[in-house]
Ligand binder design. Sequence first.
Ligand SMILES: [Zn+2]
Length: 316
Amino acid sequence: MPFTLSRPAVIAASTLSALMLGASGVHAETPAQKSAAPDISITKVMRHLTALQQISDANNGNRAHGTPGYQASLDYVKGKLDAAGYKTTIQEFEFGGKKSWNLIADWPHGGRSGKVLMVGAHLDSVDTGPGINDNGSSVAAILETALTVSAKKISPSEHLRFGFWGTEEETYIGSTHYVDTLPKAELSKISAYLNFDMIGSPNPGYFVYDQSPDVAKHFNNYFAAKGIPTEPATALNGRSDHEPFLAKGVKVGGIFTGSAEIKTPEQVAKWGGTAGEAMDKCYHLACDTPANINQRTLDINSDAVAAMVWKLGVQQ
Ligand SMILES: [Zn+2]
């Protein structure tokens, strides 16, 4: 098997998890506190990005399909989720003569509605860079949200499932494989698929997927409450892992902070930043490192991930 967790990594992760569970046992939360969406720690999110950068540094500067850097990225995320009590599954597929894998993590508690809320992000980078905004930013945000579900011992109304996709950069191969091989009865249980792809761009915009209005309205309400205007994420249409879900009739939602698109003066008036420059000048380049992340934006958007998981999956 290609996925080997080093012994010290396992011990460290489970010790950390035990400490976290112990702490939440001491300060027992009321049901109201549990049902409120949590504030996701940007410090912890950035720690995951540092780890992904280190993986890239040790693997020729990328975490791309068919490389040890991709496998190491998967080992890292799987180790954290296993230690937190998730049931993880590795789904193998092949592309371009090389094997790859999706990582699916199911939270084994709750789910009384019989519905599944699925949240996903692609875990691969391009072969020309470490892929920290694209898409470590979303991997770190959904991973930390998943770990917070565990730390708070949440029993959600919907079954929560997190997907970390392989080979997105070759036109969402991994997520397409997942959707194509999922039995129809399982597909019909998915109430919504929330996709995250680039959510910490350095010269950011706040774009919301508009394909499913009744999902989009919850994201728009979240940003409106923070006084942040949004625009539809049309630049991402046809370009990420929500597409195969949409094609099968699943409601989709998500957010995006921009890639090579040039920021207009009108957008600067709404969001700040620099007009006439790309929203992510390091898109698909070697400079897409943790230094390329707008931490204020990633903090807001990590909280948005958790707010939507709580709104659509936990509280209903
Ligand atoms: Zn991406």
